[in-house]
Write a protein that binds this ligand. Structure first.
Ligand SMILES: *[C@@H]1O[C@H](CO)[C@@H](O)[C@H](O)[C@H]1NC(C)=O
Ligand SMILES: *[C@@H]1O[C@H](CO)[C@@H](O)[C@H](O)[C@H]1NC(C)=O
Ligand SMILES: *[C@@H]1O[C@H](CO)[C@@H](O)[C@H](O)[C@H]1NC(C)=O
Length: 217
């Protein structure tokens, strides 16, 4: 009996360690349309008065438009997060359209708060992500029109258009405010800059190389 109780207690401990959340994981009302003017700071954005919401609070238009990819990456990302669509606040979901010029690259980045699932509408893409366990394993695949691929939450991932034509992707993310950290910008383009001594040591290169990279961001 004592042994069984012991088992029960360890099972309960396991259950709580897996399922105890430090924050509320689901909305506690129909919706919480973001009020960008509120000076209240909460985990997310404060809600507009529900009696003043309108259809347009739940609406965004423009994902049919091609992005302008005339930039060094050959890339344009059109997010539809709580910043563009206030009705997404607290709902744990958002969207994105990504346009790639031929050979355009969405450089290695991570969404700290979201898993991302994409589908290819046009073109051919090489995509990939890197695992933390097993350590630094690259998972990569070439995607064609209609293919779907998922980037697990928090992992570093990238895409490249490996065709001679433009490519278009629609994606969904499991957070209304997924965040994006692009490694080049975070490491070489932070404000203020990380010292070149640190980066030269970290990347085992000459400070001149670090300064060259810093100049790009
Ligand atoms: C925020 O405040 C501005 C200026 O007062 C106003 O024009 C705008 O409609 C407000 N936005 C919302 C969502 O209430
Ligand atoms: C696309 O972006 C480039 C670089 O910012 C700009 O020069 C060009 O006018 C833009 N093209 C269109 C169609 O907006
Ligand atoms: C891209 O165009 C080049 C030159 O026209 C051709 O050799 C190559 O096969 C094309 N690649 C793809 C993926 O279509």
């Amino acid at each position: 009996m004592a042994k069984q109780i012991g088992h029960l207690i360890s099972l309960l401990a396991l259950a709580f360690s897996c399922f105890a959340f430090a924050f509320e994981s689901k909305p506690l009302q129909d919706f919480c349309v973001a009020d960008p003017n509120s000076s209240v700071f909460v985990n997310g954005m404060a809600c507009k008065n529900p009696k003043q919401i309108q259809a347009n609070d739940f609406y965004f238009s423009g994902l049919h438009l091609r992005g302008n990819t005339s930039n060094p990456f050959g890339l344009m990302v059109q997010p539809v997060t709580v910043a563009q669509l206030p009705g997404l606040n607290t709902l744990g979901i958002s969207m994105v359209r990504i346009d790639y010029a031929p050979w355009g690259v969405n450089p290695p980045h991570t969404h700290p708060r979201a898993t991302e699932i994409i589908t290819v509408l046009e073109g051919t893409l090489e995509v990939g992500f890197v695992t933390s366990y097993p350590e630094y394993h690259l998972i990569t695949k070439v995607l064609y029109k209609g293919d779907v691929f998922v980037f697990p939450v928090g992992l570093v991932h990238f895409q490249q258009n490996v065709g001679n034509e433009t490519a278009v992707v629609i994606g969904a993310l499991s957070c209304q405010n997924p965040g994006a950290i692009t490694f080049g910008n975070a490491v070489f383009g932070s404000d203020p800059r990380i010292s070149s001594e640190i980066l030269a040591k970290a990347f085992q290169v000459d400070k001149k190389v670090v300064d060259q990279l810093k100049a790009k961001f």
